[in-house]
Design a protein around this ligand. Structure first.
Ligand code: ZN
Length: 232
């Protein structure tokens, strides 16, 4: 029976310290193999990994990591894994280049998040993009309300491209700064404009009231709309 806190087992898995020399050798080999495979795979950066490339990187990561220091994991099986993954990757990219359908399925397609200063709810509801995260992205671009944004598109690499209205075309919009967004209106004043918190739709109150349903999405949470300029 093994005892806890056996130092040689805990620190070295009961192996002699000379095993560290083998670790050094394993690291050098797997480092070179990983470099070679990524080079052959034809990718330069990791900035724009699509989902399927991420899967490949994770698989390779495990195949590269284990043989570095697990003495019962050999180098050759790990290198075989690399070669097989490389072949699968090349096969997949070949299929992608041949078929638009497969490309869309694997890489996804750009999705409109905002059109004309409002959320594109048809696309949006299908997407698992968290609203908080999206608002953060917009705020990082100095956007204070949706009326400043003509188009926002979620690209297949996960980045969001944003096209702005120029100054004179800025519309009333849903405020996205936390203090304004969280100030849900409890009453509506005749003649004032309100923004639907769910879809960004702007509606003017036609009488003093306490309840109003969005004619675009059917939700009933509103905040006062704003139309200030975007200052960068
Ligand atoms: Zn709405």
């Amino acid at each position: 029976m093994k005892e806890i806190f056996e130092w040689n087992r805990l620190l070295m898995n009961d192996l002699p310290y000379s095993f560290l020399l083998e670790v050094l050798f394993r690291c050098v080999v797997m480092y070179l193999v990983a470099m070679l495979v990524l080079k052959l795979a034809g990718r330069r950066g990791v900035k724009q990994l699509s989902v399927f490339e991420l899967v490949i990187i994770l698989t390779l990561g495990s195949a590269a990591g284990d043989p570095l220091f697990y003495q019962d994991v050999g180098l050759i099986p790990a290198i075989c894994v690399f070669i097989i993954i490389l072949l699968l990757y090349r096969g997949t990219t070949f299929l992608i280049s041949r078929s638009k359908k497969i490309e869309t399925w694997l890489e996804g397609k750009p999705i409109y998040l905002i059109e004309d200063g409002e959320f594109s709810i048809d696309n949006f509801s299908k997407e698992a993009l968290a609203q908080d995260e999206f608002f953060t992205e917009l705020r990082l671009k100095n956007i204070t309300h949706l009326g400043q944004v003509d188009l926002a598109i979620l690209e297949t690499n996960g980045q969001i491209s944003i096209f702005f209205y120029d100054e004179k075309n800025i519309k009333m919009g849903l405020p996205i700064l936390p203090h304004a967004f969280n100030k849900t209106s409890n009453s509506f004043k005749n003649g004032f404009q309100y923004a639907c918190k769910f879809c960004g739709n702007i509606q003017e109150a036609t009488n003093d009231t306490t309840e109003h349903v969005c004619d675009r999405c059917g939700k009933d949470k509103w905040v006062s709309a704003i139309n200030e300029k975007r200052i960068t």
